[in-house]
Design a protein around this ligand. Sequence first.
Ligand code: AVI
Length: 321
Amino acid sequence: AHRSTALFSVAAGKPPEEDFSTDMVKALSSRPRCLSPKHFYDEQGSALFDRICELPEYYPTRTELALLQRHAPEIAEFMGPDAEIVEFGAGSLQKIRLLLDAMDAPRCYVPIDISGTHLSTAARALQHCYPALDVHPVVGDYTGPLRLPAMHRNSNRRVGFFPGSTIGNLCPAEALSFLKQARHILRGGGLLLGVDLIKDPAILHAAYNDSQGVTAAFNRNVLSRANRELDANFDIDAFAHSAFYNAPLQRIEMHLMSLRSQRVRVCNQAFSFAQGETLHTESSYKYTVDGLQTMAAKTGFEFGAVWTDPENRFCLCWLQV
Ligand code: AVI
């Protein structure tokens, strides 16, 4: 039988394009200038992110995939039979395959992502490989209030999957409120969370300053996106990619730095940049296992299990609702 993988939209929140123009104008009007990293992910941005995941310097994806592969049978036990899986920030739907292959009769898979076109292409491909699975893609911003389709009729539990250290792109307060919300919508299950760990800053630095310049292109794409969608006139070459580890705040910061004093037009408004002034485009928080444990405890989750790689670069943990 042919299954439909039509996109379902979360009712809450504005459409992504409108959200982008509001946020960009707000970011450019305030000091310091700071934009949510969710706006990286238009179609081009999602494709650039997929390339980042393949870079030799960007260890998180590879490390997490190895952990998933190695511990899939144990993780599948935590997930339980007949589960409905909700994935937050699902991207290209590669990681979930490792879990699906280890699970006993997964019923339904609900990938949520902000990038609609990218998501529907990936969902169709996944559905093709798993014909018995009900794939139900949801386009939307899962950091806001979330409304999900009703739980699958043959499923008795809903579990979550939040890989890639995407939780690191939320500030600690947002991470807490996300976890609280997730705990509320997961039924009788838990959340498998993938988190990047604090480590030698040189390794972190290289991961966000790759030699091929893909991360720089990913960062600058948010300006190209503004030129495409917001009738903006950013001179992309007049902004440098800047990424560094802010040790006291335990986060990588990405900025776009104006190389000269300049004026730009965005949504029919003029903004000026001084030379050296930046637009802060992303923070990527790094955690310790202890820090995660403390955060989980504050949200009512119970720490079920932790898996890390031999070099302690990345961790997967099971949080029980
Ligand atoms: C999606 N997210 C977890 C990535 C990160 O590492 O914070 C996004 C990214 N930014 C630069 N490189 C990758």
